[in-house]
Each structure stands twice: as structure tokens, then as C-alpha cells.
Write a protein that binds this ligand. Structure first.
Ligand SMILES: Cc1cc2nc3c(=O)[nH]c(=O)nc-3n(C[C@H](O)[C@H](O)[C@H](O)COP(=O)(O)OP(=O)(O)OC[C@H]3O[C@@H](n4cnc5c(N)ncnc54)[C@H](O)[C@@H]3O)c2cc1C
Length: 476
């Protein structure tokens, strides 16, 4: 098992290298090692941890794809990925709650749009989507604001933990033999006959026979390193408000607006962690810093709160735990941009904008097929990998502090460190000694929820930092 964060990269040639360890790159690395057990596979990321890009900041919905553009690659891969991920989550302990969605019409035009959306769902193979009258909507969502005229019932839409999804993929990939190189920003690529040499900031270079670009917001930059100029990523920022667990009883379903050409719109959704999310905005950004602009703005927070006043008025008075923002990798094209260049031994996985968490396993299977069809000889028949179990971060399933048999075996699972999110010393210790340990307190938070609650680490920060420092010391 190899995870590196410092030092020169290995000199031996890799068969396949994936650039980008977001949810898509990690799913892909897992799928590749499943199909190529003897091959040398590398997964590189510029950040010091997996899932540090867009994959850490989204609305965490496992979409059915009912509203995708019929016939698009995205529709196909969301549908396939959703099915695969639901079953993988059940095997791996990734929490999923199939709460269902209600897509709500707030004016006569939106009401008139519902039958068309139901027909679109039908074309996407979702036959259970149906319009419901306002009385049914109100009985199913008693805290909804006044003025709703009707809704579409969308069974099957679920919420999922985005953090442990990426972690499960990457852990399984690394245990099966993928080399994960973090702190490895690819600065340039020199392509020769049948190989690419990746120049990696501060770590030398790495040679590979096949290269897959899953660099998210930077997929266009990596493409240009190989001389391709087919698309440009224009980040579309989505700001989100996270409400405290006290708000959780206000909402039972994912409450969707009628989508527009600008996107899926502002929604309210419960999370598997017991919080409530409001957002996201959709702001096209430009300028030098656009791909780093993950800060929140007062205007957007005001806009979101104004929207929530209409959707779920009582939410406005609830405690806000955090605000954050993610950047969608929009490309001005209404579909994914996945292209194989067999002669160049290269595949681009770009434009994975709003649905990449859901579609990740579908994208991985599709790209592995593309590589095989392109002549990547390392790939063969898929095999089962030894299963992984990720820590349960979901409220719908027993957490360690609720498991007497676990506490009897190891009393540290009964010692709370983060009281807001009920995270124990045992969970923190386990996260620090696992296959891919966190490199920062933020990484530890994504593996345990420590510090993700209402005090944002004000009460437990010192204790968590001490455990984190001790864990790092133990690892040397
Ligand atoms: C606000 C918002 C809400 C969303 N909601 C949902 C949702 O509810 N459901 C859903 O399915 N999807 C949702 N999405 C979409 C989903 O989050 C993304 O599609 C997905 O995370 C994209 O994953 P990725 O791996 O392609 O990109 P990323 O997670 O950004 O990963 C790309 C990685 O590449 C690395 N990288 C970049 N350049 C280099 C380089 N030169 N060298 C090495 N590494 C490099 C980066 O460090 C990064 O880690 C949402 C997105 C946003 C922004």
C-alpha cells in the first residue's frame, strides 16, 4: 500500500496514471485496479489529501437523473452511476438516506412546467415520478411556506455522505495496489512515443504509458499541457448554508425548485449528517482567481435566506453552523466532456459539473471501457476487490458512541471528544491510523465529523488538535 506526500516520485514507468483524486479520479483508480490487477497504476493530486477540490463541497444528493437531458452522456452515466453507488454504499457503510424529492411549483408557469418534467423523467426511465396536488404536498411537508401550487413527487432521490464516498473508493484502490501520490501538482507533460512524462512540482517527474485527466476545474489546463484546446472551464460557484441539527425536523424530503437554464436552482435538503443544507447559488466566475474563489459572500447568503423564507420560513430562525462554497467545472457545453485520444494514450474526463458524485462509478466504468477500446493492454476482465468498510458518519445508522458492543471491546469509542457531532476518541484514533490518514484537521473532519457541528471546533478544537498532533507523531 503506497501513499506518499513528500519525496521524489518513483522512477519506474506506470501503466496508467490518473491526475486528480476527487470523487471521479478516486472512482476511476478503483475501477482500473479492478480491471488490471497486475498493472502499475498511479493516482496523483496537487492537494495534500483526497477529495480536496469540488468533491468536498456539494449538496450531497445521490440523484436519480430524472431531470437529465434525455440521450446525453450525463443522463446515461448518472443513471448507471446512481445504481452502482447505491449498491456500493450499502456494501461499504457509506450512509445513504432515500428521502425522495419534491419538486415544487411556486407560480402558474412553474405549475405548467410540471407535466413536461414528468414526461422528461419518463424518457429517462423514471416511471414513478408524478405530479401531486398541493394538499398532498402540504401533508408531506408541513413546514412549507405559503404559496406552493403543486409538486412533482420524485421517489428515489437520496442523500449520501460525499466525504466517505471518496474515501471508500481511494482506500479500496490503494489497498488493491494503486500508488496514491498527494502534494503532486502536475505542472507540465512531455509526451513521447507511447509514454508521457509528467513534471510534478517539487517532486520530480513520473512516467506513464496511459494518462487520464480527471483534474476537475483544471482539466482544461492539463489538456493544454498535451496541446489540446477543446474547452475552457468557467467555474460556477455554488454557495451553501449549513443549518444545525435542530433544524432537521423541519424538512422530510429534498425540496427542489423547478430547474431553469441556469441549473437545478436553490434547494433545501436534509443531510445524512443530520444537518439541513440551503443552496446552492449559481455564479459564473471569471478572472485569475476564479478557480480558487471558494469564499462566501454576504449577497449570496442574503439571497439564500430570502429564498428559504419562501420555501421553509422557519429555517430562517435556525442556527447556521457553516457557510461554504463549491465550484462547478462548467464548460459552456451541456454535457460531460469525456474524450479518448487512443493514438496519444490519453483520456480527458472534463466538464463533470453538477452530478459527478452521483455519476462517479458510472463515469469510472465508462472511462475504463474507453481505455480498453483505445488499446490499453493492461485492462482485462473486472474482478471483485476485497471489501472496504468506511466509518459511519450517518445519523440514520448507529454511530460508535451508540454501540455498546464496540465500546465494550474498546472503551475509547465511548469517550466523546466532539460533543456537537458526537465524535469519539476511538474514531479519531482510527482515522489517524487508517490507509489514507488525513493531513489536516479539515481532512480529519471529513473522516469523522469532528469540528463540523455548531461550535465549529471552538469547544473540542484543542483536544482534537492534540490527538491529531499525537497521531502524526506516532506515524513519524
Ligand atoms: C455547489 C455544488 C453542489 C453540487 N451538488 C451535487 C450533488 O448534490 N450531487 C452530485 O452528484 N454532484 C453534485 N455536485 C457536483 C460534484 O460535486 C462534482 O461533479 C464532483 O465533485 C467533481 O469531482 P471531480 O473529481 O471531477 O473534481 P474535483 O473534486 O475538483 O477533483 C479534481 C482534483 O484534481 C486535482 N488537480 C487539479 N489540477 C491538478 C494538477 N495539475 N495536478 C494534480 N492534481 C490536480 C485537484 O486538486 C482536485 O482534487 C455539486 C457541485 C457543486 C459545486
Amino acid at each position: 500500500m503506497t501513499v506518499t506526500r513528500v519525496g521524489p516520485l518513483p522512477a519506474a514507468t506506470y501503466d496508467i496514471t490518473v491526475v486528480g483524486a476527487g470523487v471521479v479520479g478516486c472512482a476511476l483508480a478503483r475501477e482500473l485496479v479492478r480491471r488490471a490487477p497486475g498493472a502499475r497504476i498511479a493516482l496523483l493530486d496537487a492537494a495534500d489529501d483526497i477529495g480536496e477540490g469540488t468533491s468536498k463541497a456539494n449538496t450531497a444528493i445521490l440523484h436519480t437523473g430524472f431531470d437529465a437531458a434525455p440521450g446525453s452522456l450525463e443522463a446515461r452515466l448518472v443513471r448507471d452511476g446512481s445504481r452502482r453507488l447505491a449498491s456500493y454504499a450499502a456494501e461499504s457503510g457509506i450512509p445513504v438516506e432515500p428521502v425522495g424529492a419534491l419538486l415544487i411549483a411556486w407560480d402558474p408557469d412553474q405549475l405548467a412546467a410540471l407535466p413536461g418534467l414528468a414526461a422528461q423523467a419518463e424518457r429517462n426511465g423514471h416511471h414513478a415520478v408524478r405530479p401531486i396536488p398541493v394538499e398532498e404536498l402540504r401533508s408531506r411537508e408541513p413546514h412549507l411556506g405559503p404559496g406552493a401550487l403543486g409538486a412533482l413527487d420524485v421517489p428515489g432521490e437520496s442523500v449520501i455522505c460525499p466525504w466517505t464516498t471518496t474515501l471508500a473508493y481511494a482506500t479500496q484502490a490503494v489497498r488493491a495496489g494503486v500508488d496514491l501520490h498527494l502534494n503532486s501538482r502536475v505542472e507540465n507533460v512531455r509526451s513521447g512515443t507511447g509514454t508521457h512524462r509528467l513534471i510534478v512540482a517539487g517532486r520530480g517527474s513520473l512516467t506513464t504509458r496511459w494518462l487520464v485527466n480527471a483534474a476537475g476545474l483544471h482539466a482544461d489546463t492539463v489538456d493544454r499541457m498535451l496541446g489540446h484546446e477543446t474547452f475552457t472551464v468557467t467555474p460556477r460557484r455554488g454557495q451553501l448554508i449549513v443549518y444545525d441539527t435542530f433544524a432537521r425536523d423541519l424538512v422530510r424530503h429534498i425540496l427542489l425548485p423547478v430547474p431553469t437554464v441556469r441549473g437545478k436552482g436553490v434547494l433545501v435538503t436534509p443531510t445524512v449528517h443530520g444537518h439541513v443544507l440551503l443552496g446552492p447559488t449559481a455564479e459564473d466566475l471569471s478572472g485569475d482567481d476564479a478557480k480558487r474563489a471558494t469564499h462566501s459572500t454576504a449577497d449570496a447568503i442574503d439571497l439564500l435566506r430570502a429564498r428559504s423564507r419562501r420555501i421553509l420560513p422557519r429555517l430562517v430562525d435556525e442556527e447556521i453552523v457553516a457557510v461554504h462554497a463549491g465550484l462547478r467545472a462548467a464548460t459552456g457545453h451541456d454535457d460531460y466532456r469525456i474524450d479518448a485520444r487512443p493514438g496519444r494514450h490519453y483520456v480527458t474526463v472534463g466538464g463533470i459539473r453538477s452530478t459527478g458524485l452521483t455519476a462517479s462509478m458510472g463515469i469510472a466504468a465508462y472511462v475504463a471501457d474507453l481505455l480498453a477500446d483505445s488499446g490499453c493492454a493492461a485492462l482485462g476482465t473486472p474482478r471483485e476487490l476485497p471489501p472496504v468498510t468506511v466509518p459511519n458518519l450517518g445519523e440514520a445508522f448507529p454511530r460508535p458512541y451508540q454501540r455498546p458492543e464496540l465500546i465494550a471491546r474498546d472503551p475509547e469509542f465511548g469517550v466523546l471528544v466532539c460533543h456537537c457531532e458526537r465524535v469519539t476518541r476511538g474514531e479519531i484514533r482510527a482515522a489517524l491510523t487508517t490507509t489514507i490518514p488525513p493531513a489536516s484537521l479539515a481532512g480529519l473532519r471529513r473522516r469523522t465529523r469532528a469540528g463540523a457541528g455548531r461550535c465549529q471546533g471552538a469547544a473540542c478544537g484543542a483536544a482534537v488538535r492534540e490527538l491529531f498532533g499525537r497521531g502524526n507523531g506516532a506515524r513519524g
